[in-house]
Design a protein around this ligand. Structure first.
Ligand SMILES: [Zn+2]
Length: 258
């Protein structure tokens, strides 16, 4: 096997998907060819970087069942020789390019997620600013979470957990119903020192990407996101990102006394 034959097989080899014969030949070539060995090392490093740095997206169960259905339909034909040969041909030739496709898809998804996250943060900040400027932070103004919770439940199709964390400096001052992504969302309002903190709470979305950078800054406001207790939490405030992060993590743990 020479370099021209080995090079297109390297990605498949790296994925452990070559048949034993081809795999052994590639291996033999790699032992004697520093150039191809270096290329293999690069691909291993890239694959490790993708695993480490690119956000992980859980496919929704609906996608799994759709793929299962397609596979069930083709299972009989897959074993027949011509189709199998076509797959092998794909394996040898096209897979060299498929790594680039996968990478492009991953990058595209990452950009989409980033843009989604930014749009959501921007929308939350706009809500926060609007409520502050119009002096309409709370529809129900009370530090009693036993009043706030039923008030929100009566106006939404879910029941957000409500905690008063005044022991940690975050005093509940009330709540309002606001809008994120065109949907009504529970908005808990806290005061932390001289800062107003809005916390948007909504049921955890199925298949949401885990955000790698849950903290962002929009128009001078810090926006911190977290998931937990079956909810997605998004806090907006002009207080420090550190204080906000600890606070949101505490809310998302949902371990305060009921
Ligand atoms: Zn070589």
């Amino acid at each position: 096997m020479n370099c021209n034959e080995a090079a297109p097989l390297l990605p498949t080899y790296g994925d452990g998907e070559l048949d034993p014969m081809q795999s052994a030949e590639v291996e033999k070539h790699l032992l004697t060819c520093a150039e191809c060995a270096a290329r293999r090392d690069e691909q291993v490093a890239l694959s490790a970087r993708i695993k480490r740095d690119v956000p992980y997206f859980a496919a929704p169960p609906s996608l799994r069942s759709r793929i299962d259905a397609v596979l069930a339909g083709t299972r009989g034909t897959l074993r027949s020789r011509p189709v199998w040969d076509r797959w092998r041909w794909l394996g040898a030739g096209a897979l060299a390019g498929s790594m680039a496709t996968v990478l492009a898809w991953l990058m595209g998804s990452a950009v989409l997620e980033w843009r989604d996250g930014t749009d959501l943060a921007a929308e939350a900040v706009a809500d926060h600013v609007r409520a502050t400027l119009s002096n309409h932070l709370t529809d129900v103004a009370t530090s009693d979470r036993h009043t706030v919770k039923p008030w929100l439940s009566a106006r939404l199709d879910y029941s957000p957990p409500v905690q008063d964390l005044s022991g940690e400096g975050f005093a509940l001052t009330g709540a309002r119903v606001d809008y994120l992504e065109k949907r009504a969302v529970a908005t808990l309002v806290y005061r932390y020192r001289e800062h107003v903190v809005d916390v948007f709470v909504r049921p955890a979305a199925e298949g949401t990407a885990r955000s790698r950078s849950p903290v962002s800054t929009v128009r001078g406001f810090n926006v911190v996101r977290a998931s937990g207790a079956g909810m997605d939490w998004l806090a907006v405030s002009d207080t420090s990102a550190d204080a906000l992060t600890a606070f949101v993590a505490r809310l998302a743990r949902g371990d305060a006394a009921p």
